[in-house]
Design a protein. Structure first.
Length: 289
């Protein structure tokens, strides 16, 4: 069982020579370096479980790692042509069993000692592998400044992208506010259109009622004119009747005078014929009809 685990640990996944960060179609992160080669601040930060680590700075560094790796993978330089090779340490051969065992305790002590030795050997091998892999990732001293400049440029690009993203967010918010205002204006316009339609219907109804009222007023005016004409005709007839009454009164008065004269003349004739003969009767005035 121990030998199988030793073999599994002694055969790490070989890195892809074209892209050391990608193996077998999937990305894998390099093993973490031991505490012996880390700076004191990093070792203290890693051992302290992030107690004094700035979370924002750590997040920014984590976000920048894929960008740096992609840049390193895309740009083929002479400084990146050398790739570290994994150190393969074969597992120690299993010792042959002794035909004759000197005792149970001696065999157990020897096997336990061998197991401890093998475990120590594997620990040393793992440490050597980790150190060799990490040392292969360390850049030469003359390219540190250039990489820092590239990191600075990447940071500027990231900040510029963040700035553009914030501007786009502001434009999006402004567009959303404009859409909300347009929707409110459209709702107000629809309400005004509805009110205008109601007013138009009321105006049509009022115009219809006014037209009917005009027709009724015209009928009443015609009836009033007819009554005025009838009143004028009646007044004319009254005037004619009054004229007839006056003429009849005159005729009656004349007849009355004539009758009185006749009565007087008759009385005088019976008393004195000579006197009656002396009076001549005047003709009656013509009657005006």
């Amino acid at each position: 069982m121990l030998e199988r685990s030793q073999k599994e640990r002694s055969f790490p996944d070989p890195p892809d020579h074209g892209n050391p960060a990608i193996a077998g179609g999937r990305r894998r992160s390099p093993p973490s370096p031991p505490d012996s080669i880390l700076p004191p601040s990093s070792a203290a930060a890693s051992s302290g479980d992030g107690g004094n680590v700035d979370k924002v700075l750590f997040k920014n560094l984590v976000e920048m790692v894929p960008l740096v790796e992609s840049l390193m993978d895309r740009r083929a330089k002479s400084s990146f042509t050398r790739r570290a090779s994994m150190v393969y340490t074969p597992a120690p051969s299993q010792p042959k069993k002794n035909a004759e065992l000197r005792g149970g305790k001696t065999a157990q002590s020897i096997s336990a000692k061998k197991r401890r030795d093998r475990a120590e050997n594997f620990q040393r091998d793992d440490t050597v592998d980790d150190i060799s892999f990490f040392s292969s990732r360390v850049l030469p001293a003359e390219n540190v400044q250039k990489e820092r400049e590239e990191l600075t440029m990447l940071r500027e690009q990231v900040s510029e992208l963040h700035k553009k993203l914030s501007e786009k967010d502001e434009e999006l918010k402004s567009a959303e506010n404009s859409i909300i205002q347009m929707n409110a204006v459209n709702a107000t316009l629809d309400e005004l259109r509805r009110q205008v339609a109601e007013k138009d219907s009321m105006i049509r109804s009022t115009n219809s009622q006014l037209y009917n009222a005009k027709i009724m007023l015209a009928d009443k005016q015609a009836a009033l004119e007819k009554l005025n004409w009838e009143a004028r005709m009646s007044s004319r007839k009254v005037e004619e009747l009054q004229g007839n009454v006056v003429s009849m009164d005159l005729e009656i008065a004349a007849l009355t005078q004539l009758f009185e004269k006749l009565t007087k003349n008759d009385a005088a004739a019976y008393s004195d014929d000579s006197i009656a003969a002396a009076f001549d009767f005047e003709p009656l005035p013509p009657t005006t009809g």
